[in-house]
Design a protein around this ligand. Structure first.
Ligand SMILES: [Cu+2]
Length: 713
């Protein structure tokens, strides 16, 4: 199997549980913990501020929902405030022109020192980042913006600037609702090869990876998709693991988001005839030569050739390979025994959120000194493998930051390992019972998909048949290789408009897309009154064994609908999925004062990658749907857009069911047929996805359309 047996795992670590002797380094970690405890008071204050913040968020959301047709025209308080801040940012009123004043400000923020090797997977650096976010958030807006604008030059580290800038703007009550431009437009170095940024070559397809194993090259189109990295990056930014815990289910969200990424990667591997992704970690090749190489071809990141071996890292702090092994053994032990050891010698029962916090090493997770920092340390050890002691002065590898990590093949193997810790816990839970799935009175009679736009494909097969193909997509970004204060000026491009002498770079890249479709669901409501139904839609490569199927399930959509008594037909368009990021704003739109039409348009799966690619000879998938009672499941009345995959940014998620329900754990049923025959409010239909490798339709280029129509459509 893919999981190391428990005996082997416990040999790797401290089998005796809590009676371990603290090493010097663990003592240091305890000290760090005390500091964290002191900061808890601060967190409470931030929590109070957050209540205000979420009220603003909520009202913003409502005004935007009313304003589906004319973006940016609603005359509400929050839109007005947002507009004022953007105006302030654009005019640059916060910029101090007097040299002496600038110097005094520069001297006053001595806490910002040049930061080599910043990575959000380094806890000490994350704590420093959060202190800086806090300091800047306390400043008056003008001072804060001025300081922010100077930070890229001061700290001289793009990743740090990126996290600080976005962290501050999200944290402050007066800027938290300002819509930020997409990451690839502001930080092109994380997304586009240096060749594209420097050499005036606009065809990204010519800059693909050439030197790698067959399997890694076959999957490169998925890993290198801009949308995948942007999704992963935005998630980690929205739900930073350190200090401020904003939402009640952070740990569970962390696991689910990565799990869905793996399920999608698996679907692509299976389509090409490979096995599902293999785990890599303690007991599964951690100390062996790394067979996966990766050259990100990005400026400021070091490539990793084949056959490298992990070394203890000693850059900003010491991270040992054995730390990861010890943490792994303790986490597997906790998952096996379904309990968590606490500092005072007590233990508490394990749950999905706790184990997520433990693997992510969240500040609010239990007993960090004991359970360690496994996920982050793994990222860091891979990222520093080319220069573990900083002797050569090389930058880190792409595993160092969330914007680039998912391009590296090792990312998927490492996350498979992390996920197996969770799976180890999950298989010990009591299976879902029939009663937990039932919705008496509601029967799903049928589900079919129907293509709504053939995109020029000549076919009469439009029911339960989808097509995928590559199309050239336009990316517009801003980069001036001649400018030595690159990062600082990029900051200004973003918020103040683009200086005349900087020509936007138009980059073209082939990205997967599909024929858009609707779901036609036939439901009968045998009760005397309306039912409020939440429909949960999943897709997985066809399998009869439910346990196999469960791990492959990709969530496609989740939506609420009111069903009157009798037979109803519900239709839902694939584009409206709540897993998808509904971004419709780019830099040029923002500088025209548009606000986001769909609420929080900053996190979600890319729409063009909604469906797996399938196979040239047609691939069969199970389209599964489950109806449950929204009156029982809901915590808040409406499902937020993008909440299904990313999680809600509000304190509580609208859906009380676990992420991925009902596939988040085992069920009483053994096969898919048993499940749908036993549960009337569920249904499964075979759908086919055919990949058309030679079909290249004219893409819909958003920016071209903007130009043509002069407004958002
Ligand atoms: Cu991640």
């Amino acid at each position: 199997g893919e999981m190391t047996p428990p005996e082997e795992r416990s040999l790797l670590g401290d089998r005796g549980g809590r009676q371990h002797i603290l090493t010097k380094e663990q003592n240091n970690r305890s000290f760090a913990y005390l500091t964290v405890t002191k900061l808890l008071a601060v967190v409470c204050l931030v929590g109070t501020a957050y209540l205000t913040y979420s009220t603003i968020r909520k009202s913003t959301g409502e005004s935007e929902r009313r304003d589906q047709t004319g973006a940016g025209t609603a005359d509400t308080d929050s839109n007005r405030v947002s507009g004022e801040i953007l105006t302030l940012l654009r005019r640059g009123e916060y910029l101090v022109t007097d040299n002496k004043e600038e110097e005094s400000i520069r001297n006053n923020y001595g806490y910002l020192k040049p930061i080599p090797h910043f990575t959000p997977f380094n806890r000490a650096q994350m704590h420093q980042l959060h202190r800086n976010i806090k300091d800047l958030s306390d400043d008056p807006l003008k001072v804060c913006l001025h300081r922010l604008s100077k930070i890229p030059r001061t700290v001289n580290n793009t990743a740090y600037s990126f996290f600080l800038e976005r962290g501050v703007l999200k944290e402050r009550n007066d800027t938290s609702h300002v819509v930020l431009p997409p990451v690839h437009q502001v930080y092109p170095r994380f997304f586009f090869p240096k060749e594209a940024l420097h050499n005036n070559n606009s065809n990204l397809d010519e800059m693909g990876e050439r030197n790698n194993s067959r399997i890694n090259l076959d999957l490169a189109w998925f890993r290198e998709a801009i949308g995948v990295s942007e999704h992963h990056s935005q998630w980690h930014l929205t739900f930073a693991y350190s200090e401020n815990i904003r939402t009640t289910r952070q740990g569970e969200k962390f696991v689910y988001m990565h799990e869905q990424l793996l399920a999608r990667y698996d679907a692509e591997l299976l389509a090409l005839g490979y096995d599902r992704v293999k785990e890599w970690g303690p007991g599964s090749g951690l100390r062996d030569q790394l067979e996966d190489q990766y050259d990100p071809r990005l400026e400021g990141f070091t490539a990793r050739p084949v056959n490298m071996v992990l070394q203890d890292a000693n850059t900003i702090r010491i991270i040992k390979v054995s730390d990861v092994e010890v943490a792994s053994a303790r986490l597997f032990e906790s998952a096996r025994d379904l309990k968590v050891c606490l500092r005072d010698g007590d233990s508490i029962p394990l749950n999905s959120n706790l184990i997520g916090l433990m693997v992510e090493a969240h500040d609010h997770g239990p007993y960090i000194e004991y359970y360690g920092n496994i996920h982050n340390d793994g990222h860091y050890l891979v990222a520093s493998v080319m220069d573990p002691t900083s002797e050569l002065g090389l930058p880190l590898g792409p595993m160092a930051i969330p914007s680039t990590a998912a391009k590296d093949p090792i990312f998927y193997k490492w996350h498979k390992y992390i996920d197996n810790i969770f799976e180890w816990y999950r298989v010990r839970l009591a299976p879902l019972r029939r009663e937990e799935l039932m919705f008496p009175g509601i029967v799903i009679e049928d589900i079919n998909t129907h293509i709504t736009d053939k995109r020029g494909i000549e076919t009469s097969e439009t029911v339960n048949q989808m097509y995928t193909f590559f199309e050239r997509k336009l990316y517009v970004t801003f980069y001036d290789p001649e400018d030595d204060s690159l990062d600082e000026s990029q900051y200004h491009y973003t918020y103040r408009g683009i200086p005349r002498h900087i020509k936007p770079l138009h980059l073209y890249k082939s990205e997967i897309n599909h024929t858009p479709f609707i779901y036609n669901v036939t439901i009968s409501n045998n009760k005397a009154k309306d039912a409020l139904v939440v429909l949960r839609v999943f897709l997985a490569p066809k399998r009869e064994n439910l346990e196999e199927s469960r791990k492959l399930m990709i969530e496609l959509d989740k939506f609420v609908t009111r069903v009157p008594p009798g037979l109803s037909h519900v239709t839902r368009h694939s584009d409206n999925s709540t897993i998808v990021e509904h971004r419709d704003l780019y830099i040029d739109d923002l500088s025209k004062g548009y606000t986001c039409r769909h609420g929080n348009c900053s996190c979600g799966w890319p729409l063009n990658m909604l469906l797996p690619r399938g196979q040239e000879q047609n691939m069969e998938f199970d389209l599964f749907i489950l109806a449950t009672d929204w009156e029982k499941d809901r915590i808040r009345p409406e499902l937020d857009t993008q909440s299904t995959y990313c999680g809600s940014t509000a304190v509580e998620d609208p859906d009380s069911q676990m992420f991925g329900f009902p596939f988040h754990k085992r069920m009483e049923f053994k096969t898919m047929s048993e499940l749908v025959n036993g549960i009337g409010n569920s249904f499964v239909k075979t759908v086919r996805i055919k990949y058309l490798p030679d079909y290249r339709p004219d893409s819909i280029l958003l920016h071209e359309l903007h130009k043509r129509h002069g407004k958002l459509f």
